[in-house]
Design a binder for this molecule. Structure first.
Ligand code: NAI
Ligand code: PYR
Ligand code: MG
Length: 471
């Protein structure tokens, strides 16, 4: 069986062998020759004439599953009964469910959870609306709202196709921070309609996590909702990403003996994530940031229709550099990619300063794969779960919402974001810090607790907490 495969897509092949005509070894050889990696074998049925087995096989490249199918079909006495993809199997019927907290076993239960008794609870909330926090799911429930316009790096794939990501976010909220999150994909990409829809559904929720809404609409949608609602509204692709990027960069700079003030930083992809990352870096004292998008380096020598690009050009690139990604990268210390897969080359990185920091964070395909350049960089990070140093907003959103909900904060402000970033960075001690460990794993049990604690503290100190909470 081969070593770790680059892509790691796993399929399950159900094969039937005529035991007098073929041996299992022939199937295994055919699979290995077609560059499949058998990682598990389950015997489903066996008798004197035939044997049915499920083979779990990892495949690396596109087209490998067709090659495997052809290879198995060419072996006499072996039939391929079925082929399934473990990832698709995991999505059958969706990934989350809603469960009652108590069973309804008799009429008495029924009359208390529902009519007539429930009416007294409704009236109590009618008289004192803040009781919605104590008598409904509001205090622990977040809406994950998308319009499907910028889903991962897949682009505008619409609300139906966005659902698996939003369901995934809801799972992460629950698993890591015990927040009940519900995915809502809206069938509109009109700014006003999205704002109206979110305002209308807000009563049921303690917070709104906006997700995968493309720039520049995401900026206005978030800003308006923050003004018009009294619960936290947080665009995860902007602020969740910025918080985690900031945490990872603090540690990578420390490791490589640089300061944020002096580091020469290139941000590629000036959309939701790139803009928010830049704002957080500027607030932290960064002095040398250059932004690059499809049209090249953003510079104040030009004017832009996109107001955020105009702001960006006026607040970065003090040297007024021009050109494309290659020109921006010359002698840079840090590359931050939140753009599109595969746009950065080894040759680009070779022009950067010695021992550069490369954060290729586009999903699902990073700007460059680590195996293409990790030998020439000091620190490499991606947004993916299958490489070291995963810089992904999943390190932030569960804990920051946990803290915001527990303190019943009216908003998630700059102080709370900075507190979350410092909390994430602090989980790695100076002794532990190394090039493959600049950011803790999402499975590190300390992250959510540490983020929650510091976020509650920041909410209280900045006056947005509505509840005294144990930190
Ligand atoms: N690792 C993480 O935690 C996160 C990663 N991302 C990833 O970052 C990427 C961008 O996400 P968003 O900011 O939400 O999307 P967005 O659509 O708001 O912004 C993307 C920006 O990248 C630019 N871009 C696309 N191709 C480019 C190229 N070849 N060169 C330069 N710029 C290019 C676009 O013009 C746009 O301005 C996606 O791949 C997404 O999956 C986003 C949020 C979190
Ligand atoms: C991680 C994430 O939110 C994204 O790639 O869009
Ligand atoms: Mg996202």
């Amino acid at each position: 069986m081969s070593s770790r495969l680059a892509d790691g897509k796993t399929i399950i092949l159900r094969i039937e062998l005529d035991t007098d005509r073929a041996q299992f070894g022939q199937a295994a050889t055919a699979i290995e020759q077609a560059r499949g990696d058998i990682v598990a074998i389950d015997v489903i049925h066996t008798d004197r004439n035939k044997s049915i087995r499920d083979l779990t096989v990892k495949i690396a490249e596109q087209g490998a599953s067709e090659r495997l199918t052809a290879a198995l079909r060419s072996v006499p006495g072996i039939r391929l009964l079925h082929i399934s993809d473990r990832t698709f199997l995991l999505h059958l019927g969706g990934k989350i469910t809603i469960q009652p907290k108590t069973p309804i076993q008799n009429r008495d239960d029924l009359s208390r959870v529902y009519t007539p008794e429930v009416a007294r609870v409704c009236q109590a909330i009618h008289e004192e609306p803040s009781k919605a926090y104590t008598l409904t799911i509001k205090r622990n429930t977040v809406a994950v709202v998308s319009d499907g316009s910028a889903v991962l790096g897949l682009g505008n794939i619409g609300p139906y196709a966005a659902m698996p990501v939003m369901e995934g976010k809801a799972m992460l909220f629950k698993q890591f921070a015990d927040v009940d999150a519900f995915p809502i994909c809206l069938d509109t990409q009109d700014t006003e309609q999205i704002i109206t829809a979110v305002k209308n559904l807000a009563p049921a929720f303690g917070g709104i996590n906006l997700e995968d809404i493309s720039a520049p609409r995401c900026f206005e949608i978030e800003q308006r909702l923050r003004q018009e609602l009294d619960i936290p509204v947080f665009h995860d692709d902007q602020h969740g990403t910025a918080v985690v990027l900031y945490a990872g960069l603090l540690n990578a700079l420390k490791l490589t003996g640089r300061t944020l003030r002096e580091a020469r930083i290139v941000v590629c992809g000036i959309g939701a994530a790139g803009t928010a990352c830049t704002k957080m870096l500027l607030a932290g004292g960064a002095q040398h940031i250059i932004g690059v998008d499809r049209e090249g380096i953003l510079t104040s020598e030009r004017t832009y229709d996109n107001p955020m690009w105009q702001w960006y050009a006026e607040n970065t690139n003090a040297e007024r550099r021009s050109g494309g990604l290659a020109e921006a990268l010359a002698c840079a210390d840090v590359f931050i990619g939140v753009s599109a897969g595969g746009i950065l080359t080894r040759a680009h990185i070779e022009t950067m300063a010695k021992g550069p920091i490369v954060f290729a964070m586009a999903n699902p395909e990073p700007e460059i794969r680590p195996e293409l350049a990790e030998d020439i960089v000091a620190v490499f990070a991606t947004g993916r779960s299958d490489y070291p140093n995963q810089i992904n907003n999943v390190l932030c959103f569960p804990g920051i919402f946990r803290g915001a909900l527990d303190s019943r904060a009216t908003t998630i402000n700059e102080e709370m974001k900075l507190a979350a970033a410092e909390a994430i960075a602090s989980v790695i001690s100076d002794d532990e810090l190394n090039r493959l460990y600049i950011i803790p794993s999402v499975f590190n049990g300390r992250i959510v607790e540490e983020v929650r604690r510091r976020v509650i503290q920041a909410a209280q100190q900045s006056g947005v907490s509505r509840r005294q909470t144990r930190e």
